[in-house]
Design a binder for this molecule. Structure first.
Ligand code: OVM
Length: 404
């Protein structure tokens, strides 16, 4: 080891708390503290490393060999503590175990499926917006648009039975809380989450899934021998875990940003190209999944800092997306910039497999909104929804003017 390397005791420690009441509502203070203190810092309260600079966030995420996911992508280290649920075979695995499920799901979520859904989703979004505006012009954009649309479109695509779908939000909300420590957010939701989790497991069985959906396609891949029959329900479960809540809060970020930047809404309204890019700029500007962790698989060097084996490192996606070393005017929400390179969907091997679904949902919704809505403005303060991992809104009150 070269003597130029920082040793763990010389890595700056910071005390700012991402999991306290303030941090779970607005992560900005924590983000800035991590990113502006050093390339790599230690979190004094949680006995782990953290990085928030774009360069190092991307290099960690692109190096699964050194920075593994097998021991969990939350704060707890599965080498020393038992996961609260059976591990995800995608999110919490690396090659070689990750290979087959990854290939199958990437294919099923690929362009072929996108093409079959596109028309339906544009029509669904139009119906939703028309019905809403027929009723009122002052509403909660989180409930009526950002949640209503994905909660209908995505379970339909997967083939999840009607009835208990509302449980998807609570289930996934808990999952994202559970990537953090056992604070009040986790303790209070725990008992209900176990029941939701049982419902999810039941719903991933072949018999429980409607024909013609993504769920059935996953089971068909097992019939072809591309994954095993034991793996099939686990792959389906990843859609339940990652497919709804994430897009709800991505669309929430987008609508919040647009309601608070009228000139940006005008650009979105006028230009189809802008509509396709707006979600990515919203994910950069207000990143729903704030952080994931990796665990070092061996002794590694990150930005000149020596880190031992089996250490947890918090990777701050939200901080990297506002890193002034990477972005001009990073705190400006600007739909005309090129947001490529943002890490709101992660990057590397574990980059979001559903990202084109998220983009399609946003494009469908914005297109439907642009047809009818002229102006949009806040109709009161937006109410944040605290979460250990998500930057999320509970309510986004807006007032719109419409054309008929
Ligand atoms: C999963 C999964 C994948 C991505 C995100 C996520 C809860 C879960 O495979 O279970 O968040």
């Amino acid at each position: 080891m070269s003597s130029a390397l920082a040793r763990p005791e010389t890595v700056p420690a910071i005390d700012s708390d991402p999991y306290g009441e303030a941090g779970t509502v607005d992560p900005t203070t924590f983000q800035v503290a991590v990113r502006e203190t050093a390339d790599v810092v230690r979190l004094a309260r949680y006995d782990c490393y953290a990085t928030g600079r774009h360069e190092h966030v991307t290099s960690v995420l692109r190096n699964w060999q050194d920075f593994g996911s097998t021991h969990g992508v939350g704060l707890s280290n599965f080498a020393t503590s038992k996961p609260w649920r059976q591990k995800s075979i995608l999110l919490e695995a690396d090659p070689p175990h990750h290979d087959a499920p990854h290939r199958v799901l990437a294919d099923i979520l690929g362009p072929r499926t996108q093409r079959t859904l596109r028309e339906d989703w544009f029509a669904d979004a139009e119906t939703l917006v028309d019905r809403l505006l027929g009723r009122t012009t002052t509403f909660d954009a989180l409930a009526e648009l950002a949640m209503a649309f994905p909660l209908e479109a995505f379970p339909n695509a997967v083939g999840i039975a009607q009835g208990d779908r509302h449980r998807l939000m609570a289930f996934s909300d808990f999952l994202f809380n559970a990537f953090g420590p056992r604070n009040a957010l986790v303790r209070e939701a725990g008992p209900a989450a176990r029941r939701h989790s049982e419902w999810v497991n039941e719903s991933c069985r072949r018999e429980a899934l409607e024909p013609g959906g993504l769920g059935e396609m996953i089971w068909a891949a097992a019939d072809r021998g591309e994954i095993t029959a034991e793996q099939a329900p686990d792959v389906v479960r990843s859609l339940f875990a990652a497919g709804v809540n994430t897009t709800v809060h991505a669309l929430g970020s987008l609508l919040y940003a647009l309601a608070n930047h009228p000139e940006q809404w005008e650009l979105v309204r006028q230009d189809e190209g802008v509509r396709r890019r707006a979600l990515d700029e919203a994910l950069r500007w207000s990143t729903p999944v704030q952080s994931f962790f990796r665990t070092t698989t061996r002794g590694v060097t990150l930005a000149g800092t020596a880190i031992g084996a089996h250490e947890k490192i918090m990777v701050l996606l939200g901080a990297a997306n506002r890193d002034p070393r990477r972005w001009n005017d990073p705190d400006a929400f600007d739909v005309t910039r090129d947001p490529a390179g943002h890490v709101g969907f992660g990057t590397g091997l574990h980059a979001c497999l559903g990202q084109s679904f998220a983009r399609l949902e946003a494009e469908a919704l914005l297109t439907a909104m642009a047809r009818r809505i002229e102006t949009m403005e806040p109709a009161g303060d937006a109410v944040p929804r605290p979460n250990n991992t998500l930057r999320a809104w509970e309510h986004i009150p807006v007032r719109v003017t419409t054309q008929t």
